[in-house]
Design a binder for this molecule. Structure first.
Ligand code: ATP
Ligand code: MG
Length: 755
């Protein structure tokens, strides 16, 4: 083998080496950020292969396809091209692959479509309409989240209806309707030979539960199972891995409870606790040394996360240099924040001779990217945005993909709706609805109606529908002839008329859409030509794109030397020399939308911890005092997180400078600096889970409120009125809440209760 054991083992510390050399049986590593968890998994796989384990028998589950790609490359460097045979990828991509192989057990064909979130919501919207439900009460979004939450806890539609899973803000009647919607939605997906993202896990569980032979096969196929970012696996994912390793029990999980940031999506930190119950003989190894960051960054991160109550005991230290303090940038506005951050990048780059790719800007929400984009562009600094309006979410891309999907699976209802009148063929919504009704009345797939439209309809719509059917049939023939994905896609782009329509649109947008479609075709060509692609069929290509996550965007430019901008959620597992955490303002980060209880605050704090620990050498915080939100200027307060960092590690001098340089009058910074010196507000004890709505909460201008009154707020919990401010009819109260600190509330809106 290419592998030289001594060489790579010597680059590991003793506990890391122990983990790599660990023999059979369960192993768990719960350790802080940057301690080499991912490195251990990578080396362990290389080590197993180097010692004769067949790569086909290794299953390795990672968080993004990109992460698994990088891991695979490293392993390839050590053991050669054999590494390509490892079963490695995200939960979704690996189990989609297994579901394709075993589809018939569940009544699907191996060409099943994968509905993305848009498809799912569009289908739900039509079902909600068919049931004549009020779409303000039954928002597709909300219903979708309910169904998704149920699936991730392995609750089927029937279970849902029978057990009446009551959500905080649902009454029994609403529950029942949601159960009905869930059931119909599931039936329609099945009829369309389609699975949504959650189904990929849900159905894998069903497959392994109901078909013991299939489970047996995979239990014996995979000799080693490894899971990275274990803290973010949900119940459904955990059960799959547990089952798969029940026979050989060679399961290695690595994670960090302090980085659990998907509780809202059903990821369950209890998995970590359960693991010890399910595998009582588990060996645990601690990794305590951080190799990624300066000691300033490591200790600042530790000081933040120490405020969380819910965490497992562990230590992190580093032998790295102390490094520089964390700069804090204060800006007047979001635009100024963009400028100051871009300038800081520019200066740091020049002074230290760094590259663009050494920098990352991390924010809480995608919408924050705009001001940084503008400012970087003005300074001529190249950047890339990960996530946001993703390449695969663009209309023209989804259109062509829908044609491709429909070509392999004519039962795909959502793809059908997208393309039936695209380019325009004069087939209106009413006709489409009629086709859909006819199909369900006759209990047959939509395609059977479309392909035999003469039998079911008459009049002038017949001819365009027939033309559409003929077109699809001609595409299908190419699939049957065994042409590869590129040949078929290139043909479809032309023959469908999509390319022509975009080509004829001579606007700038039209041109860029045309280029995007070309870009997609290039991507398909690359897929087909790649040595790593075994199956070059259209359906294999579709599978590979339908599971791309935000972090897997194609690099549209060869040039990798770019500043990265992304949300903190997608930065998990990554590292950059210089990191800017921006928008550190109350209500933005921690996010107001996510804050309903102490648990939520702890999750936001873990997210802050993840952000801090991405930085290797230099960290900068920034916040704005005002920003545009829904077309209005909103005044912002600095985030409580700024006060939670041990103040020894902050450098506010830069902030004073920029502030005095720009503001006339007394620098408002002094206020903040005073705040910074004052001990951070004590963390309140939990007022319990989210407050349940109570009829006692009324807009507070209906009663008299005075300073010193104790109140309870629906969202912010308990507090004391510290100030009243009456200005005509505009009455405001400042309340110091135990949990979230001081807030000024407009009494005509704030729902309070006097205690
Ligand atoms: P996260 O929790 O953020 O996912 P992690 O625990 O997975 O972090 P890695 O990404 O594996 O940590 O490692 C962090 C950095 O430290 C990487 O650049 C890695 O190459 C480096 N590193 C890890 N262990 C060692 C070591 N023994 N010697 C030198 N560098 C190391
Ligand atoms: Mg990692």
């Amino acid at each position: 083998t290419i592998l030289n054991q001594n060489e790579y083992l010597s680059t590991l510390n003793p506990p890391q080496r122990e983990a790599v050399l660990h023999g059979n049986g369960p192993l768990m590593i719960i350790a802080g950020a940057g301690s080499g968890k991912t490195r251990v998994l990578t080396y362990r796989i290389a080590h197993l292969i180097g010692n004769g384990v067949d790569p086909f028998r290794i299953l390795s589950l990672t968080f993004t396809n990109k992460a698994s790609g990088e891991m695979r490359q490293r392993i390839e460097g050590a053991v050669g091209t054999e590494a390509r045979n490892i079963w490695m990828g995200t939960f979704h991509s690996v189990f989609a692959k297994i579901l394709r192989i075993e589809a018939r057990y569940l009544g699907y064909t191996s060409d099943f479509s994968i509905y993305d979130t848009d498809d799912s919501k569009s289908l739900l919207r039509s079902i909600i309409k068919e049931y004549n439900l009020d779409d303000k009460v039954y928002k597709a979004n909300v219903v979708f989240n309910r169904i998704s939450g149920a699936k991730n806890r392995l609750i089927s539609a029937d279970d849902y209806i029978n057990n009446a899973v009551i959500q905080a803000d649902d009454d029994a009647a609403k529950m029942k309707e949601i159960g009905k919607l869930y059931k119909t939605y599931a039936t329609r997906c099945f009829q369309a030979n389609a699975m949504d993202f959650d189904d990929l896990l849900f159905n894998t569980n069903v497959l392994f539960r109901d078909f013991p032979d299939v489970l047996y096969k995979y239990q014996h196929k995979f000799e080693h199972v490894m899971v990275d970012e274990f803290q973010d696996t949900n119940v459904s994912q955990y059960l799959i891995t547990r089952k798969l390793s029940a026979v050989h029990r060679n399961i290695v999980v690595v994670g960090d409870d302090a980085q659990s940031i998907y509780a809202f999506r059903g990821a369950n930190i209890e998995n970590i606790l359960n693991f010890e119950k399910d595998f009582p003989d588990v060996q645990t190894i601690k990794l305590e040394q951080n190799y990624r960051s300066t000691s300033t960054i490591v200790e600042a991160a530790n000081s933040v996360i120490a405020r969380n109550k819910a965490q497992l005991e562990k230590k992190t230290f580093t032998q790295n240099e102390e490094g520089s303090l964390i700069d804090v940038i204060k800006a007047n506005s979001d635009n100024e924040e963009g400028r100051l951050v871009a300038t800081a990048i520019f200066e740091e780059k020049m002074q230290k001779a760094l590259r663009n790719e050494n920098f990352a800007i991390l924010y809480r929400t995608n919408a924050q990217s705009r001001s940084f984009e503008e400012a970087l562009r003005k300074l001529g600094i190249k950047y890339r945005i990960v996530g946001g309006q993703s390449f695969y979410q663009r209309k023209e891309i989804k259109d062509l993909l829908a044609y491709l999907r429909y070509t392999v699976n004519q039962r795909d209802e959502e793809a059908f709706k997208r393309i039936i009148n695209l380019p325009k063929r004069g087939i209106g919504d009413t006709t489409v609805a009629k086709i859909s009704v006819t199909a369900s009345e006759n209990n047959m797939p939509i395609w059977d109606v479309v392909a035999n439209i003469g039998k079911y309809a008459s009049g002038r719509t017949i001819s365009p529908i027939e033309q559409f059917a003929t077109l699809i049939k001609s595409f299908k023939i190419q699939v049957e002839e065994g042409k590869d994905a590129y040949e078929i896609a290139a043909h479809i782009a032309k023959a469908s008329g999509i390319l022509r329509e975009l080509y004829e649109d001579k606007t700038v947008e039209g041109l860029s859409r045309y280029e995007n479609v070309q870009e997609l075709l290039n991507g398909i060509k690359e897929f087909v030509d790649s040595e790593e692609t075994e199956d070059k069929s259209l359906s294999a290509f579709l599978q590979s794109v339908s599971l791309l996550t935000n972090a897997d965007e194609p690099d549209e430019n060869e040039d990798h030397d770019r500043v990265t901008m992304m949300t903190i959620h997608s930065a998990k597992g990554l590292e950059f020399r210089n990191v800017f955490i921006v928008g550190l303002e109350e209500d933005l980060f921690p996010s107001q939308m996510m804050l309903e209880s102490r648990q939520d605050l702890e999750e936001e704090r873990r997210l802050f911890y993840v952000a801090i620990t991405r930085a290797e050498k230099k960290l900068t915080f920034s916040y704005a005092e005002s920003r545009y939100q829904w077309g209005r200027i909103k005044l912002c307060e600095p985030s409580r997180f700024l006060l939670e960092v041990d103040q020894r590690f902050l450098n506010v001098s830069k902030m004073v400078q920029t502030a005095t340089a720009r503001d006339s009058g007394p620098p408002p910074i002094t206020n903040f600096a005073r705040n910074l010196r004052k001990p951070a507000a004590p963390v309140a004890t939990s007022p319990g889970p989210a407050h349940s709505p109570s009829p006692d909460f009324v807009p507070s201008d209906t009663f008299d409120l005075t300073e010193g009154d104790k109140v309870e707020h629906l969202k912010f919990g308990f507090g004391t009125v510290t100030k009243m401010d009456v200005n005509g009819t505009d009455r405001k109260a400042t309340v110091k809440f135990d949990l979230v600190g001081e807030k000024t509330l407009l009494l005509s809106f704030a729902k309070l209760r006097i205690l």
